[in-house]
Design a protein around this ligand. Structure first.
Ligand code: MSP
Length: 661
């Protein structure tokens, strides 16, 4: 019987400079998914590549004094090297300069033209070269590009257009009838409300003002412009319209296209419309993930505001970075990349929880049994609970992975890690080791530890590529005990060699010393703020549109009103009752570098002690006021319902001072 197939793609990257950690985010996520499916026995096609045409590349090449082809060859070599450094397991790497791609795009363009879905007309608009985007007069922001705020040029030229408007109704129906087509759901609603229902305009798909692009075969003044070229990669990489289209027949339609949220529109409107026009099946799902931002500002290579994945990998190791990227932020939401968050994850989850578990277990097997454990699969007190939690982890991981919820899948694995660590404290092997007659129990306990670790090491394989091998090596686990399916079974572990305590898998990092070093290589503040402004502007426009549809009778505010509110995560350092008041508590909060005092009417709901250490949501730019003579320098947020009041806090750990938006 032939294996089930799974086809996953990343976007193809612009080789207009070095890639930053934000780009690695999409690729690492796709890689985890591809590895997971392979472990489950699927025949996987994982595609990534580069999007190499366009005026911007042509200009950079001219400025650098090389041909566009020389320029992209050099950058693309660096990108391929990065993916290999990150152990990205892509099955194919497509370049839009590949001959096969060029020929297929030319055929696609001609087919659409022959069908009447592409026609010639004239385009007039404002063009932003760095963003390669046309804007209408009303879209400009103070006469400049609304995305990057750089000057734009008025451009009028003969162009070919794709009849996108013709597919509007079919696209609306597609999205309405297939809730899974765009994930997360919020992005589907955005597409329907902000783009599809207001109406689609035909799309300019050729240019005459530059020539670094795929020539239109029947009109040599024109090159194919951006999206028809770029989006087609998902089928041309499989040999569509080539001499050998076996892969196309085997893998198309794609199971999922992973894309950043800003290109969801192209993938869920233009791409399906193109496929409809070509009478081809549509991809099953487009997943629009959030951005990884730097302290609140979007990373952007064109502004030089980058975090270099190569540097980070050299410093902390590949698996720590891969783990952080997938664990820190729920896939779909925006997340903050901060040095502090990275180091605290490494120290707590990796060094403390997983690393210690492995090294303690190995050390005890060595010390008490000379490295070779007598196999005793019988159970004792505490064992059953440990076994069932660990064995059931596989199903939970699979449930989350099937929804691309990497962070939740990892959280499940870490529950097993914590439970196993707790088992050491419960069983206290070092006490058992003191009495000869307890040796059989000691063997049982150590067996259970080793078996839990075997299961954990299998489950982390989609996310980490080096650690499982180190664990197998240290515990003497042979390959035939590492099949994915066997992570749902207990009692497989049996050593083929004595355990060996190798290097510490995840060394602890001195946070203070490291933060100082890292600051030097991670530009944040000013540029990040600058980038954030842009990000906000873009977001504001969309939100305004969405807001105008609110009909609940609540005063509608613009995002600019919300932007005036400075909400931060703050940690409670101290808390006490305000003298002569039954209602008020005085709290000392730590908010990043600052400490603030807040008076809050929550004494009837919370005891002072219960709040210490909690991370709350703090309105930081409220005018100070005095309550019962005590100064309050802001406000903490709470939800109320009838007689109940609960304080707002954060869903997962994040450094205090983090911005809430
Ligand atoms: N060439 C187009 C895609 C064409 S696909 C047919 C493109 N390239 S890109 O290099 O600008 O971006 C590639 C991907 O990287 C996008 O999905 C984008 O969202 C993602 N990211 C770029 N910066 C990012 C972060 N800071 N965080 C998360 N993803 C980021 O768009």
């Amino acid at each position: 019987m032939s294996k089930k197939t799974f086809y996953i793609t990343t976007p193809i990257y612009y080789p207009s400079g070095k890639l930053h950690i934000g780009h690695s985010y999409t690729t690492v996520a796709a890689d985890a998914m591809a590895r997971y499916k392979r472990l489950q026995g699927y025949d996987v096609m994982f595609l990534t590549g580069t999007d190499e045409h366009g005026q911007k590349i042509q200009r950079i090449a001219e400025e650098t004094g090389v041909t566009p082809q020389e320029y992209v060859d050099n950058i693309v070599a660096g990108i391929e090297k990065l993916w290999s450094l990150m152990n990205i397991s892509n099955d194919k790497f497509i370049r839009t300069t590949d001959e096969e791609h060029v020929a297929a795009v030319q055929k696609i363009f001609k087919t659409l033209y022959d069908k009447g879905d592409i026609y010639k007309s004239e385009y007039e608009g404002w063009y932003c070269t760095p963003c390669e985007s046309f804007w209408t007069e009303t879209q400009l922001k103070e006469g400049k590009c609304p995305d990057c705020e750089r000057p734009v040029e008025l451009t009028k030229e003969e162009s070919y257009f794709f009849r996108l408007s013709k597919y509007q109704e079919r696209l609306i129906k597609l999205l309405e009838e297939n809730p899974e087509f765009i994930q997360p759901t919020s992005r589907r609603n955005e597409m329907l409300n902000n783009f599809l229902r207001p109406g689609l305009e035909d799309l300019c798909v050729s240019r005459t003002s530059f020539n670094w692009g795929i020539p239109v075969t029947f009109d040599d003044k024109h090159v194919v412009y951006v999206w028809i070229d770029a989006l087609s990669n998902y089928i041309t990489a499989l040999g569509y319209l080539s001499d050998n289209d076996e892969l196309y027949k085997k893998f198309w339609p794609a199971d999922v296209h992973l894309v950043g949220k800003e290109i969801v529109r192209f993938h869920t409107i233009i791409w399906p419309a193109m496929l409809m026009a070509l009478d081809l099946p549509l991809p099953k799902q487009i997943f629009g993930h959030g951005w990884l931002v730097l302290d609140g500002g979007k990373m952007s290579k064109s502004k030089g505001n980058v975090v270099d994945p190569v540097v980070l990998i050299e410093k902390y190791g590949l698996d720590a970075i891969r783990y952080f990227l997938l664990r820190e932020v729920p896939f779909g939401a925006d997340g903050v990349f901060s040095n502090e968050a990275l180091i605290s994850r490494i120290n707590s989850d990796l060094a403390n929880d997983l690393g210690n578990l492995v090294s303690r277990t190995v050390a005890m097997i060595k010390k008490y049994f000379d490295g070779v454990l007598p196999i005793d699969r019988e159970g004792g007190e505490f064992d059953q609970e440990l076994r069932s939690l660990v064995v059931n982890t596989k199903t939970k991981v699979e449930e989350h992975m099937d929804k691309l919820q990497f962070s939740s899948a990892l959280a499940e694995i870490w529950k097993a890690v914590s439970r196993t660590n707790k088992y050491i404290d419960e069983t206290m092997p070092w006490i058992l080791a003191k009495e000869e007659e307890k040796r059989p129990r000691l063997a049982q306990v150590l067996y259970n530890l080793a078996e839990s670790i075997r299961i954990i090491s299998i489950l982390i394989q989609p996310f980490m590529t080096e650690t499982p091998i180190k664990i197998w090596d240290q515990l003497g686990i042979p390959e035939n005990q590492t099949a994915w399916e066997s992570s749902g079974e207990w009692g497989i572990y049996s050593q083929t060699k004595p355990v060996t305590s190798g290097q510490i898998i995840f060394p602890r990092i001195d946070m203070d010393a490291e933060m100082k070093k890292l600051e030097a290589i991670t530009p944040t503040t000013e540029k990040a703020e600058d980038d954030k402004k842009q990000h906000d502007t873009r977001k504001n426009k969309k939100d305004e549109k969405a807001n105008s549809e609110n009909t609940e009778g609540i005063a509608i505010i613009g995002i600019e009103d919300f932007a005036k509110i400075e909400l931060r995560v703050a940690k409670v350092l101290e808390c006490e009752k305000v003298e002569k008041s039954d209602k008020l508590l005085k709290l000392k909060l730590k908010c990043g570098e600052e400490e603030k005092q807040v008076v809050s009417g929550i004494a009837e709901y919370y005891s002072p002690d219960s709040l210490i250490g909690k991370k709350l949501i703090f309105l930081a730019n409220l005018k100070p006021a005095k309550l019962r003579g005590v100064e309050s320098q802001g406000m903490i947020l709470a939800a109320t319902h009838g007689q109940s009041l609960v304080l707002l806090t954060v869903d997962q750990d994040i450094p205090d001072g983090a911005r809430v938006s």
